[in-house]
Design a protein around this ligand. Sequence first.
Ligand SMILES: Nc1ncnc2c1ncn2[C@@H]1O[C@H](COP(=O)(O)OP(=O)(O)OP(=O)(O)O)[C@@H](O)[C@H]1O
Ligand SMILES: [Mg+2]
Length: 451
Amino acid sequence: MNSIFYKLGGAITILFLVVLLPLSFVILEIFHHYNDTHLKEETEEMAAQYAVLLSSEDKAEIEKLVDSISETKREIIVFDQAGHVIATSGMEHFTPGKSETGIYTDPSTNRSYLYAEEAMTGTAEKNGAIYVFSPADMMSGSAVRIRNALFLSALGALLLALGFTFIFSRKLTRPLQMMEEAAKKFAHGDLEADVPVATKDELGSLARSMNELARELKMYRDSRREFLSNISHEFRTPLSYIQGYSHALQNGLHQNAEQQQQFITIIHKEANRMNRLIDDLFELSRMEEGRFPLELELVNLGSVAQHAVAKARAHIGEKEITFVTEIEENIPDIVADSFRLEQILMNLLQNAVRYTEHGSVRVKVFAEDGQVKGMVSDTGPGIDSEELPYIFERFYRVEKSRARHFGGTGLGLAIVKQLTELQYGTVDVESHCGAGTTFTLCFPEAREGDE
Ligand SMILES: Nc1ncnc2c1ncn2[C@@H]1O[C@H](COP(=O)(O)OP(=O)(O)OP(=O)(O)O)[C@@H](O)[C@H]1O
Ligand SMILES: [Mg+2]
């Protein structure tokens, strides 16, 4: 009973009745009016005909005729000039009034009649009047036909409306039922279920949205699985180092004090690495959830880059790397968080320094087409074009063992991408194997009124 089918069917039926009932009432009124007029004309005409017919007849003939009339539904009464009844078919109580036509209710039967009077103009003693009575509920043949046609068409319309309601609500509820089934399957984890898109209306677009939702849920589920397996993998390595070396220390497996110190350093390094992993992951997940606080202000990308380069120089160590900076003067400000902007540049610079053995790292900042761009290029080994699309993904490292040797976790570029996009920017990479890599950051120029 709670189904749309019944609700819709009920609503349409009620609507139909609301329209049909007053309409039939009006039509019946018109019909009754037509019938009354028709009956009155008929009665008057009959009275006139009988008057002519009876004018020349004597009493016996008149009584015979009146008898024959009493066989029909109509009644008749004939008065002589003095107002005495000559003959009647049963209207004994009727006394003539002033009007020639009218409604009369017979007190003995309580039936209403429509009557018409007509004067007879025969010989002097017969001059009188004749009254013809037609039952008020009597209908002529055409009136009966009209009434029947009306009833039939009303019935037909009602059946049609019911049939239409049935088909229409079926059409409407069927796809909804299928979507409900699919939604239940989704809830039970069966994301392969597909809702058929049958129409182009709202139901069709709802079905499309549900399929879209299922696809996204599936992607989300897959990426979560992958993410979890990545995390456990990432933690397993440092943990096994820590376990192994602490076990060795515990059991006195080191050969001398120097080796003991070496083991402790490894444990310390791996613990640090795990710490960094947790920090980075936590930061990334907050960025992805949009719960990452940024202190946006007007910032000059050039001066932030200069700072970052100065810091990066300190990390070159033994490597023969030269820094080249090309920072345009008077570049427009951008809207960003200067601390996070420096973090982005530091990540890119660290990569450049880490993966380049010797050569140069170039930092360029300039304005172009309403945008402020920052480029970090190196002359390092480059990244294979097949790997390039994935380097911004979490935990993705081009050469796993080598990157690990460098201390990388594969989260740096994922953080760069998230941070850049949170600050309305984009990050792109261009690289050729053996010829170095260039990362380009693009931020929209701050407009007037930006704070
Ligand atoms: N400038 C570069 N030259 C060559 N390869 C690079 C360069 N930058 C990044 N890569 C490759 O892309 C991978 C992903 O870089 P990303 O910065 O995300 O991780 P990571 O440097 O390994 O670790 P993390 O930055 O978290 O310490 C790196 O492991 C490296 O293989
Ligand atoms: Mg990195």
